[in-house]
Design a binder for this molecule. Structure first.
Ligand code: GTP
Ligand code: MG
Length: 232
């Protein structure tokens, strides 16, 4: 009896993920056809995802047209912060849908419908602050970036491997705080490699802007290398 229940539950979970994957593929096609590259930003609450965007948007101004989807369980606080940069922004809150700890492909689809994708080159999707659930859900992104702050500790890649094994890039944020911490940066780099040998990363401070150039360079290289028609 017990195992029947368990297998029933597994079937349901599998169906949810399959349904999500189908919409994610549609999203990927939608972004690609519009020529808008989508970057899924995931990371723990407070890792600095929004502050990274606040540093990144001025650096990309004039280079490309950027839109933002801000994911949270509640509030429009992040969208309000982003709107100061004069870019199109949509807040996607999961509170009305049971407070999911991640964005699903269908939520991203609804949010993207509020943006004029044909007029955008790049869409940042700031996922709900969480290092676990967002890693399990494909949302149709072109690339996934983990924002990990140095205050979180060098062991996080080992403890939350899915986030790092499914990531294309890691932004190690809050580098300005390193002098005040006993973080073992070599161990962090080793742990990142152990979980995902192909992983690249940059160490930066969204607060001071130190190291931001490498992050901007990665975005531009990634966009230049993407498949599909360039818009301009
Ligand atoms: N010292 C320092 N503080 C930072 C840096 N980046 C972000 N912070 C601070 O960290 C806190 C959280 O930053 P947010 O950008 O709101 O973090 P978030 O990841 O968007 O948080 P959620 O959206 O709630 O998941 C704020 O107080 C920021 O000022 C940084 O590079 N250095
Ligand atoms: Mg945020």
């Amino acid at each position: 009896m017990k195992s029947e229940k368990k297998s029933g539950r597994i079937t349901v979970v599998t169906k949810i993920l399959e349904a999500n994957d189908r919409v994610a593929e549609e999203n990927r096609r939608m972004f690609s056809e519009a020529g808008a590259y989508a970057i899924d930003l995931i990371g723990s609450p407070g890792a600095g995802k929004t502050m990274l965007l606040e540093a990144t948007l001025p650096a990309l101004a004039g280079l490309m047209r950027v839109g933002v989807i801000a994911g949270d369980i509640e509030t429009t606080l992040d969208a309000q912060r982003i709107s100061a940069f004069n870019v199109p922004v949509v807040q996607a809150t999961t509170g009305a849908f049971g407070g999911a700890c991640h964005l699903e492909a269908s939520t991203v689809r609804q949010a993207a419908d509020q943006l004029d994708l044909d007029c955008l080159d790049l869409v940042f999707i700031e996922n709900v602050g969480n290092l676990v659930c967002p890693a399990e859900f494909d949302i149709g992104q072109g690339a996934r970036v983990v924002v990990l702050s140095v205050t979180e500790g060098e062991d996080k890649p080992l403890k939350y491997p899915l986030a790092f094994s499914t990531a294309d890039f890691v932004v190690i944020n809050k580098a300005d705080l390193l002098p005040y911490l006993d973080l073992d940066m070599d161990a962090l780099r080793r742990n990142l490699r152990q979980v995902n040998p192909k992983l690249e990363w940059v160490e930066l401070s969204a607060r001071t802007g130190g190291g931001l150039d490498s992050w901007i360079g990665w975005i531009r290289d990634k966009m230049d290398a993407r498949e599909g028609p360039a818009k301009r």
